[in-house]
Design a protein around this ligand. Structure first.
Ligand SMILES: [Zn+2]
Length: 501
């Protein structure tokens, strides 16, 4: 792997402006493949989910999957696209060993959905990403290259091909060029993919598991020198398969291209591969000479002409989409744009919603998930949702605090106990003896002792230096091992010393 010169990110952004483009492939979760009846489950033994159609045996004919067309139209509608009243599939001709027909049935100049947008939120602002097209095609099989060090075909002893994936319906979503992202280009690319994944989930059209390849992004990046308007040459980093890798690959391409351009070099139009381990990209296939795919309308399939009434029905039946849902929850919870964005970025919206549904006030639910629990998730390097604590349990802790049985400090210890597997909040409270000291007699006795032990501070308070009461309250909290209600202790101390505020 060559060691390339990089320009520090901030300097690169001072000198150049990035332009992004994202092409996302989403495998639809239909029960059967795009043009045959084969099942689509992930992880089956190689070449067990195949038939003459998806193996392209002579004489076999494709039949389009209606559910796949419906799902694509719903995706288009959710992305604010116009739906074509008439369009066709096209053959994209090229040779690849994992593509049995030697052409892919795709769509070319007549995509099913065009001209939409997806709004994303970043740093409290809405950014509108234009969607150029959404089209339907079939996936290829999967090649595995055995014996080499890199898993690539170069240096491999032999290759094996699994056609189970060949013919699974694939939707490709192509953005318009995204300009004006400035220093936020990596974050915007990631936020777009995140939002798109949530839209797919809410529509129920795909499991969008990036680690299994059911959603993957090709990330286009080019740079233009500040003060110019002509786009630079772009590179296309292929099949980036995690949200974090999307962000990192954009950042790396900006730093790499800036160094080349600043040195008087030129960017080669090519595909690139992203490497998770190093966070870098390396060159793939050159695209300097446009490949001629000799597209032509697929003669074995009838055109798609969706009935406008059907499209209108699908539109009316769309579920509440993630952006609209967040706006509604933000209104219901009365939180700011920034707080809502923070919850979204932390993947906490569902958790807070479930905690509120379990009876907690929104402000309390948010406080625990975004505070103590986010901190612990961060420390242990796990996702918030993966913490071993449930929204119901958080709601129970909130109820105990509201009822005066716990203060915040004790509540934190209860959460700690639950996270460490000591049982439910109630079990942790009794096992660790965390009930707040509410008993008037017990609290009073502690205060008497603290006043006796700190007569200097007590005299100062009697003499009018109310600020000195803090030391006494601190003494009470210490003597009660944190189990006293600090506000109540303060009231009682002032009362006993005959001082009013
Ligand atoms: Zn088949």
């Amino acid at each position: 792997m060559s060691t390339e010169t990089l320009m520090p990110y901030d300097e690169a952004l001072e000198r150049f402006e990035p332009v992004l483009g994202l092409e996302t492939h989403v495998e639809l979760g239909t029960a059967s493949k795009m043009f045959c009846g084969c099942p689509t489950g992930f992880g089956a033994a190689a070449n067990t989910q195949v038939c003459p159609v998806c193996l392209a045996l002579p004489g076999s004919l494709p039949v389009a999957n209606e559910m796949a067309i419906e799902s694509t139209i719903r995706i288009g509608l959710a992305l604010n696209c116009s739906i074509a009243s008439w369009c066709r599939f096209a053959r994209k001709n090229y040779f690849y060993p994992d593509m049995p027909k030697n052409y892919q049935i795709s769509q070319y100049d007549e995509p099913l959905c065009v001209d939409g947008y997806l709004d994303i939120e970043i740093e409290g602002k809405t950014v509108r990403i234009g969607i150029e097209r959404v089209h339907l095609e079939e996936d290829t099989g999967k090649s595995t290259h055995v014996g080499g060090a890199t898993g690539r075909i170069q240096g491999a002893d032999y290759s094996i091909v699994d056609y189970n994936r060949a013919g699974i319906p694939l939707v490709e979503i192509v953005t318009r060029p995204v300009e004006g992202t400035d220093r936020l280009a990596p974050e915007i690319a990631k936020a777009y993919a995140t939002e798109l994944r949530e839209v797919m989930r809410s529509l129920g059209v795909s499991d969008v598991r990036m680690e299994e390849g059911s959603m993957r992004c090709d990330v286009n990046v080019s740079l233009m020198p500040r003060g110019t308007t002509e786009w630079g040459t772009r590179t296309e980093t292929k099949n980036v398969n995690s949200l974090r890798s999307i962000e990192r690959s954009v950042r790396h391409e900006i730093e790499r291209q800036a160094a080349i351009l600043a040195d008087g070099g030129r960017i080669i139009q090519e595909t690139r591969h992203f490497h998770e381990d190093t966070g870098t990209t390396t060159a793939g296939r050159s695209k300097e000479e446009a490949q001629d795919y000799r597209y032509f309308p697929e003669p074995d399939l009838v055109p798609i002409a969706p009935d406008p009434a059907w499209v209108a029905k699908l539109k009316a039946e769309l579920p509440e989409l993630p952006g609209a849902r967040r706006s509604r929850l933000q209104r219901e919870w009365g939180v700011s744009d920034l707080d809502m964005a923070a919850m979204h970025n932390a993947d906490a919206v569902d958790l807070v919603e479930a905690t509120v549904a379990a009876g907690a006030p929104p402000a309390d639910a948010r406080k625990w998930w975004m505070g103590e629990l986010a901190r612990r998730a961060n420390e242990s390097g796990t996702a918030l949702a993966a913490l071993p604590i449930t929204p119901d349990q958080i709601a129970r802790v909130c109820a105990m605090v509201a009822g005066g049985a716990l203060n915040d400090k004790l509540a934190r210890q209860v959460l700690e106990g639950v996270l460490e597997g000591e049982g439910s909040p109630d079990e942790v409270v009794s096992a660790r003896g965390l009930q707040i000291v509410n008993d008037q007699g017990e609290l009073s006795a502690i205060i008497e002792q603290v006043l006796a032990d700190n007569s200097d501070a007590a005299d100062k308070v009697r003499g009018g230096k109310i600020a000195a009461v803090g030391a006494l309250v601190g003494g009470v909290m210490k003597a009660s091992r944190g189990k006293a209600d600090a506000g109540r202790a303060r009231e009682l101390i002032l009362q006993k010393l005959g001082v009013s505020e």
